[in-house]
Design a protein around this ligand. Sequence first.
Ligand SMILES: Cc1cc2nc3c(=O)[nH]c(=O)nc-3n(C[C@H](O)[C@H](O)[C@H](O)COP(=O)(O)OP(=O)(O)OC[C@H]3O[C@@H](n4cnc5c(N)ncnc54)[C@H](O)[C@@H]3O)c2cc1C
Length: 341
Amino acid sequence: MESILVLTHVDESGNTLTRGSLEAVMAGQELAGRLSASLAIAIVAADPRAAAPVLAGTNARLLGVSGAAFAQPRYVSDAAACEALCRTAQATIVLAPSSSRFARVAAGVSHRLGGVIDTHITAIADGDSVQVARWFYRQRIEVVLSREQRPWFVLLDGGACASFASAPGPVNVEQVPVELPSLRTTVTGLRTPTQDTETIRPDAKLLFVAGAGWTKKQPDGLAHVDEAAQLILRFLRAYGASLGSSKSVVDQGSDGHSVLPFLTHLNQIGQTGATPRHPKGLSTCCYGEEPHVVGWRFVGQRRAISLDPNCGWTRGKADVVYIADAFKVMDRVNAILEEKS
Ligand SMILES: Cc1cc2nc3c(=O)[nH]c(=O)nc-3n(C[C@H](O)[C@H](O)[C@H](O)COP(=O)(O)OP(=O)(O)OC[C@H]3O[C@@H](n4cnc5c(N)ncnc54)[C@H](O)[C@@H]3O)c2cc1C
């Protein structure tokens, strides 16, 4: 019989489980229920008891490591913690969120335990056996696979499952001792960009895509790149959206054309860019060509603003297309949002 362990960790506050962790808990609960397998949930944190009460409704065995060494991500301490937790749970299947913290250590831990790992898993299939799905070849081919080897580590992509939620209650967290090797790395603190400079926000409800049209000559015969930059930044600030772009607009930077200064290839969505997950997407000044739209595979509701009534979006690639001037529309939208806040 399978024994399932869900590895979780806390966020920067130190006392709340990350969203990815709660998604992994949900996946673990569903899988354990379906296979009638045992379920354990482990917390990596300085004080796991602070975060544990939200897991009261899982009725799972709760394990934790504690101590200052686990307050912040670091390969040597996190790998030692995860190894100790897996050994204690005697897990055959280990589910974990694909966070930077766990993605860094999971392969190493699986190797230490003689196991096998699959990453970027987007679904666990229904049925009596364990089958997981992931996309290959730039999200074009979905493969469903299963493995005989145990322990099997499965790293779940963010947004692949709903988050576990239940009323907090009293819980008992078994403390698992960890023998730490000498720590060569000292974490001195965290430096993160401010809200204004951080434009890629995987957790945002909305993906706002800027296309090359923002930098092109407009009906008055002039380009208005500064105005475009202000309109986009105002919207990102007011709505908290994540910023994506087409390839054309970011390529212009390397071609020496005037370009939106805050866009890099990291913002690029598409075949040769990213495939983010957001409930909604709004494309602006972008044609909606297939190599771009393929990156929208996991965006729920799609809307576009384009001057071109024959653009790709109007050919079944968006749910709603506004044939309009994005400069005017976004100015009005920003005014409404700013008025509200
Ligand atoms: C192998 C390969 C891989 C590729 N990979 C990618 C990829 O990963 N991602 C990607 O994005 N592209 C990719 N491309 C390029 C892709 O095919 C397109 O060339 C690119 O997406 C076009 O960008 P765009 O729509 O922003 O620009 P354009 O095609 O120039 O479209 C600009 C649009 O803005 C509209 N517009 C202008 N002004 C306004 C206004 N005021 N209001 C509203 N609309 C306005 C215009 O009507 C036009 O439709 C790839 C191409 C190849 C060959």
